[in-house]
Structures are given as structure tokens and as C-alpha cells.
Design a binder for this molecule. Sequence first.
Ligand SMILES: *[C@@H]1O[C@H](CO)[C@@H](O)[C@H](O)[C@H]1NC(C)=O
Ligand SMILES: *[C@@H]1O[C@H](CO)[C@@H](O)[C@H](O)[C@H]1NC(C)=O
Ligand SMILES: *[C@@H]1O[C@H](CO)[C@@H](O)[C@H](O)[C@H]1NC(C)=O
Ligand SMILES: *[C@@H]1O[C@H](CO)[C@@H](O)[C@H](O)[C@H]1NC(C)=O
Ligand SMILES: *[C@@H]1O[C@H](CO)[C@@H](O)[C@H](O)[C@H]1NC(C)=O
Ligand SMILES: *[C@@H]1O[C@H](CO)[C@@H](O)[C@H](O)[C@H]1NC(C)=O
Ligand SMILES: *[C@@H]1O[C@H](CO)[C@@H](O)[C@H](O)[C@H]1NC(C)=O
Ligand SMILES: *[C@@H]1O[C@H](CO)[C@@H](O)[C@H](O)[C@H]1NC(C)=O
Length: 497
Amino acid sequence: MVILTSLLYLNFVIIQTNEDLFEKVSDNNDSIIPEVTSGTIGPVVMPNLNNSTLKAELGQSSWKLIHTMMARFPENPTEDEKEALRNFVYLFGRLYPCGECASEFQKIIIMYPPQVSSREAASQWACAVHNIVNERLKKEIFDCGKIAEKYKCVPFHHTIINTMVPPVLIDDVIMLILDHVDQKTLYSCLFVNSKLYQLTLPTLWRSPRFMKFRNVLIFQQCLQQRPHMGKYIKVLCFKRLGFCNYLDDELLIQIIKSCKYITKLDLSFAGMITDSALTIISQHCSQLNHICLKDCRTLTNDSIKAIAKGCLMLISLNFERCLSITSLAFDELTTNHKNYVKKLDLTLCKWVNDDMAPIISKFHSLKKLNLTNCTEITSDFLITLSPNVPNLEELYLGGVLRITDEGVIQVVDHCPNLRILVLCGCDIHDRTLHHISKLKNLYKLDVTFCMNITHNAIRALLCMNITKLNYGELDIDERTLISLRREYFLSLNVANY
Ligand SMILES: *[C@@H]1O[C@H](CO)[C@@H](O)[C@H](O)[C@H]1NC(C)=O
Ligand SMILES: *[C@@H]1O[C@H](CO)[C@@H](O)[C@H](O)[C@H]1NC(C)=O
Ligand SMILES: *[C@@H]1O[C@H](CO)[C@@H](O)[C@H](O)[C@H]1NC(C)=O
Ligand SMILES: *[C@@H]1O[C@H](CO)[C@@H](O)[C@H](O)[C@H]1NC(C)=O
Ligand SMILES: *[C@@H]1O[C@H](CO)[C@@H](O)[C@H](O)[C@H]1NC(C)=O
Ligand SMILES: *[C@@H]1O[C@H](CO)[C@@H](O)[C@H](O)[C@H]1NC(C)=O
Ligand SMILES: *[C@@H]1O[C@H](CO)[C@@H](O)[C@H](O)[C@H]1NC(C)=O
Ligand SMILES: *[C@@H]1O[C@H](CO)[C@@H](O)[C@H](O)[C@H]1NC(C)=O
């Protein structure tokens, strides 16, 4: 069973050559591979063995040695003892008498660094590694839950442990705790016992991290070998790859076909993806609720229509800089999803103009709307939209230079729950600010580059509970605001006298 873990760690630490390993060991704390004594890690020392009879004999005796060693390793080892075992494992990988076997072993321990924190961890680790070898040699897989029974060179302690009643934490609680554990620790949890293994696996797989494009390729290979792991994957986010996102349709489709239960998909910067991939996604991922297509410039109406048809649980849509879409893409969305969509990001979508207002108005539950740099829209857009989206909490209008007082005042009147309002560069005057000061929940206001606003109007805002204010070309933080506010009230009091 433990072989299921095999390769999963690849998502996080991808190192395949000894050179890479040296790098990791020497300069990276984050690395899962701890410091080891110099000379411990290095190239294989022994020549090839070439005789399969000899190889098999040697293998059997060696595994017996290793498992017995782990079974007798202290339950609570000191730092020195831990280091000794760790160094032993790495040295074993250099000096194992069969050179070709040693290279294989080295590759495995790079992916599965030795676990030396306790007897149990060490035994489970050795069992897992043994099973990876067994799998490669197409041999039977051993149940690591029974490893202690098989190598019972330590009858004394083990029986005691097994009869002790362990403190009971229900699984749901453990899962909640695991949510807050970093990847490195999660990985070591796999080796504690079979229960923790079962509980850790879904968390570890839930949201694979892709820092380099190579990780994606390896991830896809892992999935191909273990398609059943796909059920644990909930989030696929390729955002971190930035413009090094070389995903193409074929690769994406292969991945998606194994990941039917994803709820969040972020394809930011995947400029090579076309409508055909999105069509497949819409057929496979019925549970999708967040989708981000930022900078997917080749996607057209068809993609959006397909998604709208296949994924009925959409809540959050990000079409930032999707330049090849038109307003007609929304036909299906406004039919199927009008009551559910809460977040819509149309940043830099040049095709958004005043005619889109009645369309977006159909999303009655909208809470967050990002229209940054949608330069085509005017106040008419806001006048049409605002009566239809009473729950709006965040509105971003930065760079929409044609927005004027009329539009913003309508928004303020119809959307009393606004919490964030970005009006950077809009053509507004003091009277709008006086209006804005009615918004009870507003805590962030950006009126940078609104050249016609005066200092006096800003002072009126100081009565509000705003914690972040951008004005002129300044970021005014909470601290400054508090002191400004104090000054303001002081001056008011003085005026009253
Ligand atoms: C690396 O580890 C050392 C000692 O454990 C610590 O002092 C240092 O801050 C760490 N560096 C980083 C970048 O985490
Ligand atoms: C094992 O075989 C390889 C090539 O198959 C050869 O290069 C090597 O010298 C052999 N080793 C021994 C010890 O015979
Ligand atoms: C492999 O080694 C065994 C034991 O030394 C020997 O009996 C056998 O002949 C060797 N096989 C080959 C192919 O050299
Ligand atoms: C989007 O749909 C409209 C109408 O169906 C069509 O005229 C337009 O060419 C489509 N755009 C793209 C990029 O396919
Ligand atoms: C809205 O878009 C702008 C520009 O891309 C971005 O900086 C901002 O973070 C976005 N806001 C939200 C809430 O996503
Ligand atoms: C919006 O447009 C302004 C002016 O062209 C530019 O400086 C800014 O970076 C743009 N914002 C985004 C998120 O592209
Ligand atoms: C300020 O207001 C004047 C008159 O209303 C207008 O012509 C001008 O464009 C405004 N400037 C800005 C930066 O909005
Ligand atoms: C002020 O805003 C903060 C959040 O920004 C909120 O936690 C706090 O309750 C608000 N205070 C009042 C009096 O509304």
C-alpha cells in the first residue's frame, strides 16, 4: 500500500541527479534533505555486479540487515543517533557492493529521504523504500502495517507499545490539523503508521505545487501511473509558472482526465491552451467553482460557453486580459449561473463596454467585480448595473478614466455593503466623496490620481472606519489615518468653541 506514495513526493522536491542533490544539501534549508557529514553523499563507489544470482542473494541479506536495524533503532533517538542512521543510509547508497543497485537506491533515497525521528518512522520508511524496489522488480508488495511483526527482533518494547491504548483523536480532527502542516512535515507523516498514512495522503495530494514547468511533466507521469490518486486533487494552479507556462492542450487534457474532482483551476498565462482543452475540462470537471483564465489569450467564446454548460457550480470567474472573448460568450453563463456567480474579474478586457452592463446585471449575487482598465466603459455602465447588484462588496475601477460622479453616486446609493472601492484615475469630484462617506462598511478607498478631489473632502472621510486610504499619490496607512483622525476631531472641537 505504501507504494502509493511513490512519486508523489516528486511534486515537491524534484531532484534526480547527484549533482542536484549536492546543491540541495549545501544551500537550501527548505530542502527535505538534511545536513549530512561530508563524504556521506557522493557517487557510487562499487563496480557493477552483473550476476543476477549474486545480486538477488545480496539483496535478500541486505534487506534483512536494514529492517532489523530499523526494528532495533531507539524509539526516541538522540540527535546524534538520528544523524548516525541518516549517514548510514546515505553511505549505504554509496558503498553497497552492487554498483548498479546502489545507483537505483540513491535515486530512491533522494526522493524518499531517510526518516530517522523514531523507530517507527525509520521502520516505515525502510518498508516503503523496499516496496518501491519490489515494485520496480515486479515483486510482491509487503504490507507495512505488519513490518514490526515480521522483524520482531525487539519483542520487549513492541509488545508493550501495541497493548498500550493510544490517545484517540478522531480522524476529522487529524485532518483539520493536517491542513495546517507544511509539505515537508506532511511527507514525514506518511511514515508514522498506516492510519496517519491514509489521512495524510489526500492532504498531500490536494493542491500540488508547480514551481517549475518540469514539475508539471513529472506530475503528469505520476498521475498516469497512479490514476486513482487523481481523486484527491482539488486545486490545480499553474499561476506560479508565470510566463514559463508551456502547458499545451495535450498535456492539460491528460492531467484533467485524472482530476475529475477539482474545484479550482488556475490557468494563468497558459497562452497555448485552446478551446478544445476547455471543452474537455467542461466535460470532466463538474465540481469546478473557481476558474481563472488570466492571459489565456487564445481562448474564445466557445471555451466560456462550454464551461458554462458543463460546470454548473461556478462561483468565481477570472477573465483578465482574455482578449479573444466577446460579450456573446456570456449567453450561457447568464442563463445557467445568474444566481451563483459571486466574483468576476474582467481586468483589461477591452471588449467590455456599456452594452455589457445589462449582461453583468444578471449576476444578482455578485460581490466582487474587477473592471480595472476596462477603458471602454462610462458612468452609464454603473448606472445600469448598480441597481441589480445590491450585494456588491468590492468594486475595482482603477484606470477607467471615463467614470464620473454620476456613476459612482449610483453605486454608492445602491450598494450599501461596499467594503472596497478603487476609483484610481476616475473623473470624480468632492461631492462624490461626501456621498461615499455614507458607506458604513467601507474600509478601503483608493482615490489616487483623482485630480479634482480636494483636501477638504478627504477630511470628511476621516469620520469613517477606513483603514486604508490611497489619495493623491500617497498610500496612507492605518497609523497615519488614526493620527490624522485625531487631529481632525481636535480641530473640530476647537472650531466648536
Ligand atoms: C537556515 O538554517 C539556519 C540554521 O538552522 C538558520 O539560522 C537560517 O536562518 C536558515 N536560513 C533560511 C533562509 O531559512
Ligand atoms: C559488468 O558489465 C558491464 C557492461 O555490461 C561492464 O562494463 C563491466 O565491466 C562489468 N563488470 C564486471 C565487474 O564484470
Ligand atoms: C554468478 O555467480 C554464481 C555464484 O558465484 C556462479 O555460480 C554463476 O556461475 C555466476 N553466473 C554467471 C552468469 O556468471
Ligand atoms: C464570439 O462569438 C461571436 C458571435 O457568435 C462571433 O461573431 C465572434 O467571432 C466570436 N469570437 C471569437 C473569437 O470566436
Ligand atoms: C483587480 O485587478 C487588478 C489589476 O489586475 C489587481 O491588481 C487587483 O488585485 C484585482 N483585484 C482583485 C480583488 O482581484
Ligand atoms: C492599467 O493601465 C495603466 C495605464 O495604462 C497602467 O499603468 C496599469 O499598469 C494598468 N493596470 C494593469 C493591471 O494592467
Ligand atoms: C477635473 O474637472 C474638470 C472639470 O470638471 C475636467 O475638465 C477635468 O478633466 C477633470 N480632471 C480630471 C483629472 O479628472
Ligand atoms: C472597522 O473596520 C474593521 C475592518 O476593517 C472592522 O473589523 C471593525 O469592526 C470596524 N469598526 C466599526 C466600528 O465598524
